[in-house]
Design a protein around this ligand. Structure first.
Ligand SMILES: Nc1ncnc2c1ncn2[C@@H]1O[C@H](COP(=O)(O)OP(=O)(O)OP(=O)(O)O)[C@@H](O)[C@H]1O
Length: 316
């Protein structure tokens, strides 16, 4: 059965591809799955293929292969099958007009009422600057006005390409809060970022793209579990080789690496801390430090993308 037939999925792509020239893949066949009502973080380094994917989703670029479904309906790149709002790359506004006037111009297409525009300006926290010229807005204000513009058609699916790009920490925090406030049972948000901390803080699920390929997808916990075994125990001990040998065979230990004065033990559960300690002490080793260390999404992301580079190098 096609994934696209599930009713809880807002955006599904199957083998979505964009090729520029014979061997130049910007997006090399990706299967995205964004569930209704979630904030989905599309994460990748610069040039990974995020913008190209988003441009295809909103009909600005034509896929060279693959399919896109919105709410289970096939999108052919022309006829809309769902209400989609988008902020892709830097928003463009008339600088000599106010924020409100810019929105009013854009709203003609959707027939949005003045009251609804006021509501949007409130929502993006621009109400008190709505009548100032956009030319005097900060980047963060322009980005928020861009989000308001993307909301004009009351979208079920909101696509935001790097909405925090170029913002200062305060602007980023504002944008994060705004993104969360926009997502509800009726609206799904798909946002891209190259910043792991952003995605970690705001998204329910993530897809990690590297070199045009989706290398991981799921909830943060799932991605961490599947690709990082989540947790490890760091032990400072007097006899590292002996300690590594002793813990390697314990049930629940997924791997051991030895460094100077330390072993790092991959574990399936925190309860292993006690087991590891007992095993070492019983054997007469001196344990001077023992702590849990959780891998961050950043470690997983870097590990996945590095591993992908190694594999590509090995097969090239
Ligand atoms: N029109 C084009 N012609 C040829 N190559 C392109 C074109 N557009 C994008 N690319 C290439 O496709 C790849 C993916 O670009 P894309 O802009 O989608 O990445 P990105 O993840 O959004 O990165 P960034 O955050 O830097 O925008 C890059 O190698 C880029 O150079």
């Amino acid at each position: 059965m096609s994934q696209a037939s599930r009713s809880d999925e807002a955006v599904v792509t199957e083998g979505l591809e964009k090729r520029y020239g014979p061997d130049r893949y910007a997006v090399a066949g990706i299967d995205l799955c964004v569930r209704k009502g979630e904030v989905y973080g599309f994460l990748g380094r610069n040039g990974a293929g995020k913008t190209t994917t988003m441009r295809m989703l909103v009909g600005l670029a034509r896929p060279t292969a693959g399919r896109i479904y919105f709410n289970g309906r096939l999108f052919d790149g022309r006829r809309p099958v769902a209400r989609i709002g988008a902020l892709i790359e830097e928003p463009k506004f008339y600088p000599h007009l106010s924020g409100r006037a810019n929105l009013r111009l854009l709203s003609h297409y959707f027939g949005t009422s003045q009251r609804a525009i006021d509501g949007m300006l409130e929502q993006v926290e621009l109400a008190d600057r709505a009548d100032s010229k956009v030319g005097g807005y900060s980047l963060g204000m322009k980005q928020r006005l861009g989000v308001a513009a993307a909301l004009l058609g009351d979208p079920e699916i909101l696509v935001l390409d790097e909405p925090t790009n170029g913002l200062d920490p305060a602007g980023m925090a504002d944008m994060r809060g705004l993104v969360r406030s926009l997502c509800d049972a009726e609206r799904t948000v798909l946002l891209s970022s190259h910043l792991l901390s952003e995605v970690e803080q705001v998204c329910d699920r993530v897809g990690i793209i590297h070199d045009g390929r989706l290398v991981a997808q799921g909830s943060l916990a799932e991605v961490l579990d599947a690709f990082g075994s989540g947790a490890k125990v760091v032990v400072a001990v007097d006899d590292v080789p002996r300690a590594a040998e002793l813990v390697r065979g314990l049930p629940g230990v997924t791997g051991v690496t030895a460094t100077e004065g330390l072993i790092e033990v991959g574990v399936t559960s925190q309860a292993l801390v006690g087991t590891i300690n007992r095993r070492l002490v019983t054997d007469g080793l001196a344990v001077t430090e023992l702590r849990m260390s959780h891998r961050s999404l950043e470690d997983v992301f870097l590990g996945l993308t590095d591993r992908h580079d190694e594999l590509s190098g090995a097969t090239a």
